[in-house]
Design a protein around this ligand. Structure first.
Ligand SMILES: [Zn+2]
Length: 79
């Protein structure tokens, strides 16, 4: 379960979260996952898109709809 480090697109603070293959739809890359920034001053959701090597391709500020119809998982950041 890779531990990933990135920044929240809302507040630009550093975030960390764990992600695994099960968390996204491997039939379509880049694959979206909702990231919930668990921080009292932020607490916002964004959509991160991952390539097949768990790298973030890009991020969106809001919860984007699934293109494949599969439910998108929500991952909480680790404090
Ligand atoms: Zn944030």
């Amino acid at each position: 379960m890779p531990l990933k480090f990135n920044t929240c697109p809302h507040c630009n603070k550093k975030i960390s979260f764990k992600i695994e293959m099960d968390d996204f739809d491997p039939s379509h890359y880049p694959a979206p996952v909702y990231i919930h920034h668990k921080d009292e001053s932020c607490n916002k959701f964004s959509t991160f898109y991952f390539d097949s090597k768990f790298r973030v391709s890009y991020k969106e500020l809001e919860k984007k709809k699934s293109l494949t119809g599969r439910e998108i998982k929500t991952i909480k950041t680790i404090q």
